[in-house]
Design a binder for this molecule. Sequence first.
Ligand SMILES: Cc1ncc(COP(=O)(O)O)c(C=O)c1O
Length: 376
Amino acid sequence: MKLFDVYPLFPIEPVKAAGSWLWSRDGKKYLDLYGGHAVISIGHNHPHFVQRLKNQLDKISFYSNSVKNSLQEEFAEKLGKLSGYPDYELFLCNSGAEANENALKLASFVTGRKKVIAFKKSFHGRTSGAVAATDNPKIVAPFNANHEIEFLPFNDLNATNEKINNSVAAVIIEGIQGVGGIHVASNSFLELLSKKCKEVGALLILDEVQSGYGRSGKFFAHQYSNAKPDLISVAKGMGNGFPIGGVLINPTIKPWSGMLGTTFGGNYLSCAAGLSVLEVIESENLMVNALAVGNYWMDELKKLEAIKEVRGLGLMIGFDLPEEFSSLRKDLLFNNHIFTGEAKPNTVRLLPSLALKKSEADILLEALSIHLKAVV
Ligand SMILES: Cc1ncc(COP(=O)(O)O)c(C=O)c1O
Protein backbone atom coordinates (compact mmCIF):
# COMPACT_ATOMS: atom_id res chain seq x y z
CA MET A 1 0.00 0.00 0.00
CA LYS A 2 1.27 3.51 -0.82
CA LEU A 3 0.83 6.49 1.49
CA PHE A 4 -1.94 8.96 0.60
CA ASP A 5 0.16 11.78 -0.79
CA VAL A 6 -1.03 14.90 1.07
CA TYR A 7 2.25 16.35 2.35
CA PRO A 8 5.05 17.94 0.34
CA LEU A 9 8.13 16.29 1.91
CA PHE A 10 11.64 17.51 2.58
CA PRO A 11 14.16 14.77 1.68
CA ILE A 12 15.28 14.48 5.32
CA GLU A 13 14.44 11.65 7.72
CA PRO A 14 14.98 12.40 11.41
CA VAL A 15 15.90 9.25 13.33
CA LYS A 16 17.06 10.69 16.64
CA ALA A 17 16.29 13.81 18.66
CA ALA A 18 17.34 15.58 21.88
CA GLY A 19 16.49 19.05 23.18
CA SER A 20 16.38 21.43 20.21
CA TRP A 21 18.29 19.07 17.91
CA LEU A 22 17.46 16.38 15.35
CA TRP A 23 19.73 13.86 13.62
CA SER A 24 18.87 12.54 10.16
CA ARG A 25 19.31 9.00 8.83
CA ASP A 26 22.35 10.15 6.85
CA GLY A 27 24.02 11.41 10.05
CA LYS A 28 23.45 15.18 9.72
CA LYS A 29 22.54 17.31 12.74
CA TYR A 30 19.71 19.88 12.51
CA LEU A 31 18.62 22.72 14.78
CA ASP A 32 14.85 22.50 15.23
CA LEU A 33 13.29 25.96 15.46
CA TYR A 34 9.86 24.70 14.42
CA GLY A 35 9.21 21.99 17.02
CA GLY A 36 7.35 19.83 14.49
CA HIS A 37 4.69 22.56 14.22
CA ALA A 38 4.80 23.98 17.78
CA VAL A 39 4.49 20.55 19.37
CA ILE A 40 7.85 20.16 21.09
CA SER A 41 7.39 22.21 24.25
CA ILE A 42 9.94 20.87 26.76
CA GLY A 43 12.49 19.66 24.20
CA HIS A 44 12.78 16.50 22.12
CA ASN A 45 13.01 13.32 24.19
CA HIS A 46 13.31 15.17 27.48
CA PRO A 47 14.61 12.51 29.94
CA HIS A 48 11.73 13.09 32.37
CA PHE A 49 9.15 12.71 29.56
CA VAL A 50 10.83 9.50 28.37
CA GLN A 51 11.09 8.04 31.87
CA ARG A 52 7.48 8.82 32.82
CA LEU A 53 6.19 7.17 29.63
CA LYS A 54 8.43 4.11 30.12
CA ASN A 55 7.30 3.74 33.74
CA GLN A 56 3.66 3.99 32.71
CA LEU A 57 4.12 1.39 29.95
CA ASP A 58 5.38 -1.03 32.57
CA LYS A 59 2.15 -0.59 34.58
CA ILE A 60 -0.90 -0.19 32.30
CA SER A 61 -1.20 1.54 28.94
CA PHE A 62 -4.93 1.55 28.20
CA TYR A 63 -8.40 1.02 29.52
CA SER A 64 -11.65 2.79 28.64
CA ASN A 65 -13.19 5.91 30.18
CA SER A 66 -15.76 3.76 31.98
CA VAL A 67 -13.40 3.22 34.92
CA LYS A 68 -11.80 5.55 37.47
CA ASN A 69 -8.46 6.96 36.34
CA SER A 70 -6.53 8.80 39.07
CA LEU A 71 -3.86 9.88 36.60
CA GLN A 72 -6.50 11.99 34.77
CA GLU A 73 -7.45 13.62 38.09
CA GLU A 74 -3.80 14.31 38.95
CA PHE A 75 -3.29 15.77 35.48
CA ALA A 76 -6.38 18.02 35.68
CA GLU A 77 -5.33 19.25 39.12
CA LYS A 78 -1.83 20.15 37.93
CA LEU A 79 -3.06 21.78 34.71
CA GLY A 80 -5.59 23.86 36.66
CA LYS A 81 -2.90 25.05 39.03
CA LEU A 82 -0.26 25.91 36.41
CA SER A 83 -2.65 27.49 33.92
CA GLY A 84 -4.34 29.79 36.44
CA TYR A 85 -7.73 28.11 35.88
CA PRO A 86 -8.01 25.87 38.97
CA ASP A 87 -11.82 26.11 39.05
CA TYR A 88 -12.29 25.07 35.37
CA GLU A 89 -13.04 21.46 34.39
CA LEU A 90 -11.08 19.40 31.88
CA PHE A 91 -12.30 17.27 28.98
CA LEU A 92 -9.48 15.22 27.45
CA CYS A 93 -9.23 14.25 23.78
CA ASN A 94 -6.46 13.60 21.26
CA SER A 95 -5.80 16.62 19.03
CA GLY A 96 -6.36 20.33 18.52
CA ALA A 97 -9.13 19.92 15.97
CA GLU A 98 -10.95 17.56 18.28
CA ALA A 99 -10.59 20.01 21.18
CA ASN A 100 -12.13 22.80 19.08
CA GLU A 101 -14.86 20.52 17.73
CA ASN A 102 -15.86 19.62 21.28
CA ALA A 103 -15.69 23.26 22.41
CA LEU A 104 -17.97 24.33 19.52
CA LYS A 105 -20.35 21.49 20.30
CA LEU A 106 -20.46 22.46 23.98
CA ALA A 107 -21.19 26.10 23.12
CA SER A 108 -24.04 25.00 20.88
CA PHE A 109 -25.46 22.64 23.52
CA VAL A 110 -25.31 25.32 26.20
CA THR A 111 -26.81 28.18 24.16
CA GLY A 112 -29.15 26.14 21.96
CA ARG A 113 -27.77 28.21 19.04
CA LYS A 114 -25.80 27.35 15.87
CA LYS A 115 -24.05 30.46 14.64
CA VAL A 116 -20.30 30.83 15.18
CA ILE A 117 -18.16 33.94 14.75
CA ALA A 118 -14.58 33.28 13.62
CA PHE A 119 -11.88 35.54 12.21
CA LYS A 120 -10.07 36.17 8.94
CA LYS A 121 -6.85 34.11 8.59
CA SER A 122 -7.97 31.76 11.38
CA PHE A 123 -6.98 28.09 11.58
CA HIS A 124 -8.81 25.77 13.97
CA GLY A 125 -8.21 22.28 12.53
CA ARG A 126 -9.67 19.89 10.01
CA THR A 127 -12.72 18.25 11.61
CA SER A 128 -16.15 19.39 10.45
CA GLY A 129 -16.90 22.43 12.64
CA ALA A 130 -13.24 23.32 13.21
CA VAL A 131 -12.48 23.44 9.49
CA ALA A 132 -15.68 25.38 8.78
CA ALA A 133 -14.42 27.99 11.28
CA THR A 134 -11.05 28.03 9.46
CA ASP A 135 -10.60 30.84 6.94
CA ASN A 136 -9.30 28.71 4.07
CA PRO A 137 -11.96 27.61 1.54
CA LYS A 138 -9.47 25.23 -0.12
CA ILE A 139 -9.62 22.80 2.82
CA VAL A 140 -13.39 23.05 3.45
CA ALA A 141 -15.26 20.21 1.67
CA PRO A 142 -18.92 20.69 0.68
CA PHE A 143 -19.82 18.35 3.58
CA ASN A 144 -18.20 20.79 6.05
CA ALA A 145 -19.59 23.93 4.46
CA ASN A 146 -23.08 23.90 5.95
CA HIS A 147 -22.15 25.29 9.33
CA GLU A 148 -23.32 28.81 10.11
CA ILE A 149 -20.01 30.70 10.36
CA GLU A 150 -19.30 34.40 9.90
CA PHE A 151 -15.69 35.59 9.54
CA LEU A 152 -14.88 39.03 10.95
CA PRO A 153 -11.66 41.02 10.56
CA PHE A 154 -9.12 40.16 13.28
CA ASN A 155 -8.49 42.85 15.92
CA ASP A 156 -11.38 44.98 14.54
CA LEU A 157 -13.32 46.38 17.50
CA ASN A 158 -16.10 48.00 15.45
CA ALA A 159 -17.02 44.87 13.49
CA THR A 160 -17.05 42.92 16.73
CA ASN A 161 -19.39 45.37 18.41
CA GLU A 162 -21.74 45.23 15.45
CA LYS A 163 -21.86 41.51 14.69
CA ILE A 164 -21.94 39.69 18.03
CA ASN A 165 -25.61 39.44 18.95
CA ASN A 166 -28.00 36.99 20.58
CA SER A 167 -28.06 34.68 17.55
CA VAL A 168 -24.43 33.71 18.23
CA ALA A 169 -23.52 30.45 20.02
CA ALA A 170 -19.76 30.97 20.12
CA VAL A 171 -16.93 33.24 19.16
CA ILE A 172 -13.74 31.27 18.44
CA ILE A 173 -10.37 32.99 18.31
CA GLU A 174 -6.68 32.08 18.54
CA GLY A 175 -4.72 33.87 21.29
CA ILE A 176 -2.06 34.39 18.63
CA GLN A 177 -2.95 33.39 15.07
CA GLY A 178 -0.38 30.78 14.05
CA VAL A 179 -1.02 29.31 10.59
CA GLY A 180 -2.34 32.75 9.50
CA GLY A 181 1.13 34.28 10.02
CA ILE A 182 1.63 35.09 13.75
CA HIS A 183 -0.85 37.85 14.52
CA VAL A 184 -1.31 38.70 18.19
CA ALA A 185 -4.86 39.48 19.35
CA SER A 186 -4.81 42.87 21.10
CA ASN A 187 -5.83 43.03 24.75
CA SER A 188 -8.65 45.49 24.04
CA PHE A 189 -9.99 43.18 21.29
CA LEU A 190 -10.01 40.09 23.51
CA GLU A 191 -11.57 42.05 26.36
CA LEU A 192 -14.30 43.37 24.07
CA LEU A 193 -15.02 39.84 22.80
CA SER A 194 -15.27 38.62 26.37
CA LYS A 195 -17.63 41.45 27.33
CA LYS A 196 -19.83 41.14 24.21
CA CYS A 197 -20.14 37.37 24.61
CA LYS A 198 -21.35 37.84 28.19
CA GLU A 199 -23.84 40.51 27.10
CA VAL A 200 -25.48 38.36 24.41
CA GLY A 201 -25.14 34.96 26.10
CA ALA A 202 -22.60 33.55 23.60
CA LEU A 203 -19.54 31.55 24.70
CA LEU A 204 -16.00 32.71 24.06
CA ILE A 205 -13.68 29.92 22.90
CA LEU A 206 -9.97 30.71 23.12
CA ASP A 207 -8.07 28.40 20.80
CA GLU A 208 -4.71 28.13 22.58
CA VAL A 209 -3.73 24.97 20.67
CA GLN A 210 -0.64 26.66 19.24
CA SER A 211 -0.21 29.74 21.46
CA GLY A 212 -0.82 28.00 24.80
CA TYR A 213 1.23 25.88 27.18
CA GLY A 214 3.74 28.60 28.04
CA ARG A 215 4.78 29.44 24.50
CA SER A 216 3.89 33.14 24.82
CA GLY A 217 5.69 33.52 28.17
CA LYS A 218 2.38 33.16 30.03
CA PHE A 219 0.57 29.84 30.25
CA PHE A 220 -2.02 31.13 27.76
CA ALA A 221 -1.45 34.02 25.34
CA HIS A 222 -4.84 35.56 26.23
CA GLN A 223 -3.63 35.95 29.84
CA TYR A 224 -1.84 39.15 28.81
CA SER A 225 -5.40 40.57 28.75
CA ASN A 226 -8.28 40.52 31.23
CA ALA A 227 -10.47 38.43 28.90
CA LYS A 228 -12.08 35.42 30.58
CA PRO A 229 -12.93 32.72 28.04
CA ASP A 230 -15.67 30.17 28.73
CA LEU A 231 -13.77 27.44 26.91
CA ILE A 232 -10.05 27.06 26.20
CA SER A 233 -8.79 24.48 23.72
CA VAL A 234 -5.31 22.98 24.08
CA ALA A 235 -3.15 20.36 22.30
CA LYS A 236 0.27 20.51 20.56
CA GLY A 237 2.76 21.39 23.37
CA MET A 238 0.52 19.61 25.88
CA GLY A 239 2.11 16.21 25.15
CA ASN A 240 5.53 17.18 23.72
CA GLY A 241 4.76 14.88 20.79
CA PHE A 242 2.41 12.43 22.46
CA PRO A 243 -1.05 13.00 20.88
CA ILE A 244 -3.28 14.70 23.43
CA GLY A 245 -5.77 17.56 23.42
CA GLY A 246 -8.21 19.06 25.86
CA VAL A 247 -10.89 21.62 26.60
CA LEU A 248 -10.82 23.69 29.79
CA ILE A 249 -14.45 24.37 30.66
CA ASN A 250 -15.96 27.12 32.80
CA PRO A 251 -17.60 25.41 35.80
CA THR A 252 -20.90 27.21 35.14
CA ILE A 253 -21.29 24.81 32.18
CA LYS A 254 -22.96 21.72 33.56
CA PRO A 255 -22.23 18.34 31.99
CA TRP A 256 -24.74 15.55 31.48
CA SER A 257 -23.86 11.93 30.98
CA GLY A 258 -22.88 11.30 27.35
CA MET A 259 -22.73 15.02 26.43
CA LEU A 260 -19.18 14.46 25.15
CA GLY A 261 -17.22 11.25 24.75
CA THR A 262 -14.00 9.69 23.51
CA THR A 263 -12.33 6.29 23.37
CA PHE A 264 -8.68 7.30 23.53
CA GLY A 265 -8.90 10.72 25.24
CA GLY A 266 -7.24 10.76 28.67
CA ASN A 267 -5.55 7.37 28.28
CA TYR A 268 -2.79 6.52 30.77
CA LEU A 269 0.09 7.17 28.40
CA SER A 270 -1.20 10.57 27.32
CA CYS A 271 -1.74 11.61 30.95
CA ALA A 272 1.78 10.48 31.83
CA ALA A 273 3.15 12.50 28.91
CA GLY A 274 0.96 15.50 29.82
CA LEU A 275 2.02 15.40 33.47
CA SER A 276 5.69 15.18 32.56
CA VAL A 277 5.33 18.30 30.37
CA LEU A 278 3.74 20.31 33.19
CA GLU A 279 6.34 19.09 35.68
CA VAL A 280 9.20 20.16 33.43
CA ILE A 281 7.60 23.53 32.52
CA GLU A 282 7.40 24.20 36.26
CA SER A 283 10.73 22.78 37.45
CA GLU A 284 12.78 24.29 34.60
CA ASN A 285 10.97 27.66 34.61
CA LEU A 286 10.28 27.29 30.90
CA MET A 287 7.75 30.13 30.67
CA VAL A 288 10.37 32.54 31.99
CA ASN A 289 12.89 31.16 29.50
CA ALA A 290 10.40 31.42 26.60
CA LEU A 291 9.82 35.08 27.37
CA ALA A 292 13.50 35.95 27.89
CA VAL A 293 14.85 34.16 24.80
CA GLY A 294 11.82 35.27 22.77
CA ASN A 295 12.29 38.95 23.68
CA TYR A 296 16.01 38.74 22.92
CA TRP A 297 15.32 37.08 19.56
CA MET A 298 12.68 39.61 18.54
CA ASP A 299 14.92 42.56 19.46
CA GLU A 300 17.78 41.11 17.40
CA LEU A 301 15.54 40.20 14.43
CA LYS A 302 14.22 43.77 14.34
CA LYS A 303 17.81 44.98 13.83
CA LEU A 304 18.09 43.08 10.53
CA GLU A 305 17.32 45.58 7.79
CA ALA A 306 15.90 43.15 5.24
CA ILE A 307 13.18 41.95 7.62
CA LYS A 308 9.96 43.88 7.08
CA GLU A 309 8.09 43.13 10.30
CA VAL A 310 8.60 40.98 13.41
CA ARG A 311 5.52 39.84 15.37
CA GLY A 312 4.81 37.56 18.28
CA LEU A 313 5.14 36.89 21.99
CA GLY A 314 7.65 34.67 23.75
CA LEU A 315 8.74 31.82 21.50
CA MET A 316 5.91 32.23 18.98
CA ILE A 317 7.50 34.56 16.46
CA GLY A 318 6.88 35.46 12.82
CA PHE A 319 8.82 37.76 10.53
CA ASP A 320 8.04 38.93 7.01
CA LEU A 321 10.53 38.94 4.18
CA PRO A 322 10.55 40.74 0.85
CA GLU A 323 9.99 38.61 -2.29
CA GLU A 324 13.70 38.33 -3.17
CA PHE A 325 14.32 36.24 -0.06
CA SER A 326 11.62 33.67 -0.85
CA SER A 327 14.22 30.84 -0.81
CA LEU A 328 15.43 31.70 2.72
CA ARG A 329 13.73 28.78 4.53
CA LYS A 330 15.20 26.27 2.09
CA ASP A 331 18.63 27.90 2.33
CA LEU A 332 18.47 27.72 6.13
CA LEU A 333 17.44 24.07 6.00
CA PHE A 334 19.85 22.78 3.37
CA ASN A 335 22.85 25.06 3.94
CA ASN A 336 22.65 25.70 7.69
CA HIS A 337 20.62 22.67 8.80
CA ILE A 338 18.02 24.80 10.56
CA PHE A 339 14.30 23.90 10.53
CA THR A 340 11.87 26.86 10.52
CA GLY A 341 8.18 27.17 9.63
CA GLU A 342 6.29 29.32 7.16
CA ALA A 343 3.03 31.13 6.61
CA LYS A 344 1.99 32.12 3.13
CA PRO A 345 3.03 34.24 1.35
CA ASN A 346 6.29 35.38 2.96
CA THR A 347 6.33 34.87 6.74
CA VAL A 348 8.93 32.74 8.52
CA ARG A 349 7.59 31.20 11.73
CA LEU A 350 9.71 30.29 14.74
CA LEU A 351 8.13 27.81 17.18
CA PRO A 352 11.02 26.09 18.96
CA SER A 353 11.10 24.23 22.24
CA LEU A 354 10.45 26.49 25.24
CA ALA A 355 13.85 25.38 26.53
CA LEU A 356 15.69 26.97 23.59
CA LYS A 357 19.01 28.44 24.72
CA LYS A 358 20.21 31.92 23.78
CA SER A 359 23.25 30.31 22.13
CA GLU A 360 20.87 28.28 19.92
CA ALA A 361 18.84 31.40 19.07
CA ASP A 362 22.14 33.02 18.02
CA ILE A 363 22.79 30.28 15.44
CA LEU A 364 19.75 31.50 13.48
CA LEU A 365 20.75 35.16 13.85
CA GLU A 366 24.24 34.44 12.48
CA ALA A 367 22.83 32.50 9.52
CA LEU A 368 20.30 35.26 8.79
CA SER A 369 22.90 37.99 8.89
CA ILE A 370 24.75 36.17 6.10
CA HIS A 371 21.74 35.13 3.97
CA LEU A 372 19.98 38.47 4.21
CA LYS A 373 23.09 40.27 2.97
CA ALA A 374 23.61 37.84 0.10
CA VAL A 375 20.81 39.22 -2.13
CA VAL A 376 20.66 42.94 -2.86
C1 LIG B 1 -4.58 27.29 16.44
C2 LIG B 1 -4.77 25.87 16.01
N1 LIG B 1 -5.91 25.25 16.33
C3 LIG B 1 -6.12 23.96 16.00
C4 LIG B 1 -5.18 23.24 15.29
C5 LIG B 1 -5.44 21.81 14.92
O1 LIG B 1 -4.68 20.97 15.70
P1 LIG B 1 -4.47 19.43 15.30
O2 LIG B 1 -3.62 19.42 14.07
O3 LIG B 1 -3.84 18.81 16.48
O4 LIG B 1 -5.83 18.88 15.02
C6 LIG B 1 -3.97 23.86 14.94
C7 LIG B 1 -2.95 23.13 14.16
O5 LIG B 1 -2.06 23.67 13.57
C8 LIG B 1 -3.76 25.21 15.30
O6 LIG B 1 -2.63 25.85 14.97
